[in-house]
Design a protein around this ligand. Structure first.
Ligand code: PMP
Length: 407
């Protein structure tokens, strides 16, 4: 009998199932109010534009052949060109040589870790951090260092030695908070002083509901260093939250010489992203990207406002929560006596509401503070405001009960 456990590579030791993926299996259970996963609302996907783009491919034999053939590993050239022009127009001058198309930005995070981490290397991450990034990095066996929350402590002498620092500056997953311009500049100072790379996750950048946009780290770095090829930043972008996640099209933007290395990883991993999906996506972004983003922002803004109002009404004193200017998430902190993991379990079993306990978002090996044990993530993206309100009311009732039980 094969003992599979004895055959697994050491890198699998730290790899565990994601609580969020496990919860997604519950999505079919209709009685559950899902405030856990941050899926985009399928009502916003541009169905007719995708259908027209698809028909146009199949009626043109030259395009049809390209669509079903292997794409170049770097990505479909016209899509790379479109992304480069769009980023240039947005203030991050670059060319197609600076762009690698990936199967979603998740693959981009995996490739970057594969490129930059040997076992035992230091990887700096925000705490808490996007769980998918942590799981991607885990497989390369880094030693995690937490980026201190207060930028006054971003001291090159104390924080040196990391190969990279991973951040999601806009409307972070999971906290919904946004890095200020001053913090972005301070992080670039830190990168310049220590020589580490910055991995900028731009997943939610387009989903801003109020306030002024703050320049990305990539834009600021290009302005500082004069050229993307000299910037210390690798930016991961995606069309998952602006068009549709199933197309699995994302990209990495960064110095051309680093992109060439990442192309070698892409070749070894899956040769190329689907040509068909890239062609569909290019057609759709050229026609309806801006309208789709505008529509998504209207829908999500309303849901955010409704969820924040419900939290204000439902939660007992001592519960605090963030007020995101964009993205899909709110982060709440329970009073000292309540453990968020137990709270999330009871929310699901007793009240049929799913939320994600904060523990999922902390990297292994870093210290977890009492405040972190009391935190949980809510998402307002996928269900209508009234149902979400009902869910938040049930969470409020549970928070009150657990507060009383602990008294
Ligand atoms: N980064 C962040 C912060 C995310 O929340 C997600 C998915 N929710 C991703 C990256 C990965 O998205 P995708 O692979 O679909 O581009």
């Amino acid at each position: 009998m094969t003992d599979w456990n004895s055959l697994y590579a050491s890198r699998m030791q730290g790899v565990v199932a994601s609580d969020i993926r496990e919860r997604m299996k519950l999505l079919g259970a209709s009685e559950i109010i899902h405030l856990g996963g941050g899926l985009p609302d399928p009502a916003i996907f541009p169905y007719s534009a995708l259908s027209a783009a698809s028909a146009a491919i199949w009626t043109d034999p030259v395009r049809a052949r390209t669509a079903l053939q292997y794409a170049p590993s770097e990505g479909h050239a016209p899509l790379r060109q479109w992304i480069a022009e769009r980023m240039t127009g947005d203030g991050a001058p670059c060319t197609a040589d600076n762009i690698l198309i990936t199967n979603g930005s998740q693959q981009g995070l995996d490739f970057i870790a594969k490129l930059l981490l040997s076992p035992g290397d230091k990887a700096m991450v925000e705490i808490p951090s996007f769980i998918g990034a942590l799981r991607a990095f885990d497989a390369y066996q880094p030693l995690y260092i937490g980026l201190p929350q207060d930028s006054a402590h971003w001291d090159a002498a104390a924080l040196g030695g990391a190969n990279f620092c991973y951040v999601g500056p806009d409307f972070r997953n999971p906290t919904g908070t946004t890095m200020t311009l001053g913090e972005r500049e301070a992080l670039l100072d830190l990168a310049d002083a220590t020589g580490m790379a910055l991995i900028e996750d731009g997943c939610y950048e387009a989903l801003r509901y109020d306030g002024d946009a703050i320049p990305s780290l990539l834009k600021l770095a290009i302005a500082r260093h004069g050229d993307i090829d000299k910037a210390p930043v690798l930016y991961t972008g995606t069309f998952s939250k602006t068009i549709a996640p199933s197309l699995r099209v994302g990209w990495i933007a960064g110095p051309a010489h680093v992109v060439r290395k990442l192309v070698l990883i892409k070749q070894a991993s899956d040769l190329a992203t689907s040509a068909l999906n890239q062609m569909l996506l290019l057609d759709v972004v050229q026609t309806v990207l801006d309208d789709t983003v505008t529509r998504a922002c209207v829908v999500y803004r309303e849901r955010r406002d409704s969820m924040l109002a419900a939290l204000g009404e439902a939660m007992p004193p001592g519960v605090t929560f963030t007020r995101p200017e964009g993205g899909l998430y709110v982060w709440a902190e329970l009073p000292p006596a309540i453990d968020a993991t137990l709270f999330a379990q009871r929310a699901l079993t007793e009240h049929h509401v799913s939320v994600i306990a904060g523990a999922a978002f902390y990297p292994g090996g870093t210290e977890v503070t009492p405040g972190q044990r009391r935190s949980f993530r809510l998402s307002f993206s996928m269900i209508d405001a009234d149902l979400a309100r009902d869910g938040v009311m049930r969470l409020g009732e549970l928070a009150r009960r657990m507060t009383l039980e602990s008294a």
